[in-house]
Design a protein around this ligand. Structure first.
Ligand code: DAH
Length: 344
């Protein structure tokens, strides 16, 4: 029996020595160490061995299986290390190679300006309007009629507004004020919203005018909203947007949908009021239109002007961006010239 065990050992050691891959090693392991192995059978047969020989034979079987196991494990570790080295070698990174250049995108200056202005008004308690209340393709009813714009008003002329050829009374909106009306029709006061978006006007394109541009509309309707609220909010907006206590002035004006109406000027950011080409020598730059919502507009959307009042304002995004970043040609925003866009 002892002979037999030593022979198994000899064979096993020879086979292990010959193995050159993990799969064969696994087979060898099965052959010599599994339940079905010869050694195991010998262990089971130990009870038939003469009692005085049992301890010796038992110890030998254990010793041999331990030794085989040890050798197999050593070999397995060796294979693992070789495998790992191969993998590391294959995946080696050459840090001296030049890297690929991934250009970083920029936020468009108009988007940046809209975000900035929106954040300021959110700070002042205004919420962004829902998209469905601010369509760019609009009916005359919402772009003009419900805003108290008379039928014969020059803004309705095809010289100023784009009309659809295939549908009656459909326009590309000429102002974001349409969203005021839609918001008031769809909710009850208090209403405190801002609404940024594209507007279209039939203009000949120049350094100062483009036929597509962006506006931000604001509306606040509640009980006891006054002209001082309007001044407070807009002054605070200007302070936060231009970043200093820049002088402002409220100039009497007229819009069909507000009464009274005011245009708001800031002191020229170029010459600080001295007078220069940017401000046409006046020292002031107009930045927005505003006013107290006309009672006719409130009535048209079933809000009682005896109970509620409100103010509204509208500003041109391109103009505000041009003033802040000293840009002198509006067309730069639309040409997609990366030399311009990279600066933002
Ligand atoms: N919609 C006007 C425009 O396009 C701007 C404006 C003026 C909007 C006064 C308002 C407002 O809401 O109250 O010129």
């Amino acid at each position: 029996m002892e002979q037999k065990i030593l022979e198994i050992k000899k064979n096993a050691l020879a086979e292990i020595d010959n193995v050159s891959d993990g799969k064969t090693l696994e087979e060898v392991k099965n052959k010599y160490l599994s339940r079905a192995s010869e050694l195991n059978a010998l262990k089971k047969g130990l009870k038939d061995v003469a009692p005085e020989l049992r301890p010796k034979i038992g110890a030998l079987t254990n010793e041999v299986s331990k030794e085989i196991e040890l050798l197999i494990n050593q070999k397995a570790e060796k294979f693992y290390a070789e495998e790992l080295n191969k993998k590391l070698e294959a995946e080696k990174i050459d840090v001296t190679l030049p890297s690929t250049f991934e250009p970083v995108g920029h936020i468009h200056p108009l988007t940046k300006t809209i975000n900035e202005i929106t954040e300021i008004f959110e700070l002042l308690g205004f919420s962004l309007i829902k998209n469905e209340f601010s369509p760019e393709i609009e009916t005359e009813k919402y772009n003009f009629d419900l805003l108290n714009v008379p039928k014969e008003h020059p803004a309705r002329d095809v010289q100023d507004t784009y009309y659809a050829k295939s549908a009656v009374n459909v326009v590309l909106r000429s102002q974001t004020s349409n969203s005021q009306v839609r918001q008031m029709q769809n909710s009850k006061p208090p209403i405190k919203i801002i609404s940024p978006g594209r507007v279209y006007r039939s203009e000949s394109v120049s350094a100062r005018k483009n036929n597509l541009f962006h506006q931000i509309e604001g509306l606040y309707v509640d009980k006891n909203v006054t002209f001082s609220d309007l001044k407070g909010v807009l002054n605070e907006f200007i302070r936060l947007y231009f970043g200093s206590s820049r002088p402002t002035r409220f100039r009497n004006s007229f819009f069909p949908f507000t009464e009274p109406s005011a245009e708001v000027d800031v002191q020229c950011i170029m010459c600080h009021g001295k007078g220069c080409p940017t401000c046409s020598g006046t020292g002031w730059l107009e930045i927005l239109g505003s006013g107290m919502v006309d009672p006719n507009v409130l009535k048209a959307v079933n809000i009682d002007p005896e109970i509620y009042s409100g103010f509204a304002f509208g500003m041109g995004v391109e103009r505000l961006a041009m003033l802040k970043y000293a840009i002198d040609d509006i067309r730069l925003f639309f040409n997609n010239d990366v030399r311009f866009l990279n600066q933002f």
